[in-house]
Design a protein around this ligand. Structure first.
Ligand code: GCU
Length: 393
């Protein structure tokens, strides 16, 4: 009997497995929405037209159809330093742990920010803020545990401040409890079929961390990068699209709903992500499962919303689920918007070879060997990218 049940379960799973496409030849023909053609068919020719017409239109479309609308206000925000150590990392860094209390409708949620400042930098330092979607041990403020997911020492030694908060502070990553974070403050968004869900909440959390970083004297507020891996990388892109105080964005292995094109239906599909993670996107996004062509946007337009700021997309060969080529193509198809600012294209017409990072371009990219992860190799490229663009270009 047991064997029969196992066999049945196995057979039921087969169609699902087959439904995930990993073959380039099976990518359907598709047409991407033109970044420079507004909904009412007006051609965008200047950066002013982009900024006043198309950019706001795209932000609205992404909010209404993909990530959900974000809160527009809160009644109070308060920063409390809950712990500090001026000689952390053997004296190389100043640790500050800051509780960010955000209040709206008489309710308060707290985002816990961990921040290391480089002691050898006398003026304000550039910074990386990680949206941490993995275990909290990855961003251990005591440094008893060290992780390549957030190699804080490496950043400090290169003169960068390094910050992180955990996604669960903004919204638990769980389909039954996700509303027990910031959405408690915004019941209207929770009730709306175009209100934000967890990805929107995480992006919002990063912006509240930015509120603190803006008034931290030892951080250069014009040189703050936001970075995230996978689901965190989706949130990092949506965050930087909306919040232009972030000067640079890095999205690592973010795949569907992040850097990769939905219309390619390669690896994880819109249908699949909405089924497995119904709490990530706005309810309306579910309409586009097996119906990607109807989406008024695709992820190249999210890249375009970064313009003219530097954006870097990291991918990995064995991470086919996240469609490395589709991520490259999203970047590539944002070039026309960067061109409005006189910013040159990604200097490669086709997907760069393995382990050949493109750093000296505002549209940065790499395909590294290996699996789905955020590694020391990735961080090495992201630091080089940030140094290049923050220092000289
Ligand atoms: C799953 C999910 C992806 C996501 C990833 C992660 O694989 O399908 O969309 O990016 O988890 O966050 O690690």
């Amino acid at each position: 009997m047991k064997t029969v049940t196992c066999l049945l379960v196995f057979l039921m799973l087969i169609p699902k497995v087959q439904a995930q496409n990993y073959e380039e030849a099976k990518v359907p023909a598709y047409t991407l929405p033109d970044p420079l053609l507004s909904l009412n068919k007006v051609r965008i020719k200047t950066k002013t037209e982009w900024e006043t017409t198309r950019r706001p239109e795209l932000l609205r479309l992404f909010a209404d159809h993909v990530y959900g609308r974000s809160p527009t206000a809160y009644s109070d925000i308060k920063f409390t330093v809950t712990n500090e150590n001026k000689v952390a990392m053997e004296g190389r860094a100043y640790l500050k742990e800051v509780r960010i209390d955000v209040t709206q409708h008489q309710k308060t949620v707290a985002i816990h920010l961990i921040l290391f400042l480089p002691n050898r930098v006398s003026g304000p330092a550039p910074a990386f803020l990680l949206i941490n979607n993995r275990g909290k041990e990855n961003t251990d403020p005591t440094r008893a545990t060290k992780s390549d997911f957030w190699p804080a020492e490496m950043l400090i030694d290169q003169g960068f401040a390094v910050a992180a908060f955990h996604v669960s502070d903004a919204a638990p990553d769980d389909k039954t409890t996700f509303q027990n974070g910031v959405l408690q403050l915004y019941p209207d968004l929770l009730a709306a079929d175009n209100g934000m869900r967890t990805l929107g909440a995480w992006a919002w959390g990063a912006s509240r961390a930015m509120d603190y970083l803006q008034q931290e004297a030892r951080v250069d507020k014009n040189k703050v990068a936001v970075i995230g891996h996978s689901r965190g990388g989706k949130a990092a892109l949506w965050c930087a699209a909306q919040d232009q105080r972030f000067a640079l964005v890095v999205s690592n292995c973010s795949g569907t709903g992040g850097a990769s094109l939905a219309r390619r239906q390669f690896g994880e599909t819109v249908q699949r992500i909405n089924t497995t993670f119904p709490h990530w996107f706005t309810p309306k996004y579910k309409q586009y499962g097996d119906n990607e062509a109807a989406l008024p946007v695709d992820q190249h337009l999210l890249m375009a919303l970064m313009a003219p700021r530097p954006v870097y997309v990291g991918t990995a060969v064995e991470d086919r689920w996240a469609d490395p080529l589709g991520s490259f193509l999203a970047l590539k198809n944002a070039e026309t918007v960067y061109a409005l600012y006189g910013v040159g294209p990604l200097p490669s017409a086709t997907q760069p070879q393995v382990n050949t990072p493109v750093i000296e371009s505002r549209l940065g990219y790499h395909l590294r060997e290996g699996v789905h992860n955020l590694t020391r190799y990735d961080w090495t490229q992201y630091l080089a990218f940030a140094r290049y663009h923050f220092e000289k270009h």
